[in-house]
Design a protein around this ligand. Structure first.
Ligand SMILES: [Mg+2]
Length: 127
């Protein structure tokens, strides 16, 4: 079964980069959203198996999205990878406390993305 990814970023260019990286490592089933609010709606209406989200976004940011998914979503156990430029210790800790599964700092290579996804799938299998 193909893993369905939901890629969330307010930057269209960044969404393209993440989606192209996913395709290059064999993941073709992807939907996308431009902010946390849209992402939460799509997760509820269309569903997804794996969430990859930016942090800094208008409307609802990535951290707020993670908290909402974990507390109020019908997909509260979905694996979540945070993709961000925010790499300082306080931010990483905050993201981990909100129960993201892992964290990747921009810019990254498709190989680094693959490693993070593989790590997550080992501990939080989908489907
Ligand atoms: Mg952003």
């Amino acid at each position: 079964m193909a893993i369905k990814f939901l890629v969330v970023d307010d930057s269209l260019t960044m969404r393209r980069i993440v989606i192209n990286a996913l395709k290059s490592i064999g993941y073709d089933t992807v939907i996308e959203a431009g902010d946390g609010k849209e992402a939460f709606g799509k997760l509820e209406s269309e569903g997804a198996d794996f969430l990859i989200s930016d942090w800094n976004m208008p409307e609802m940011n990535g951290l707020e999205l993670v908290k909402m998914v974990r507390s109020a979503g019908s997909k509260s156990d979905i694996p979540i990878l945070m993709v961000t430029t925010r790499g300082n210790k306080t931010d990483v800790l905050e993201a981990m406390q909100a129960r993201v599964n892992n964290y990747i700092i921009k810019p990254f290579t498709p190989q680094a993305l693959k490693e993070k996804i593989d790590q997550i799938l080992k501990t939080a299998p989908v489907g």
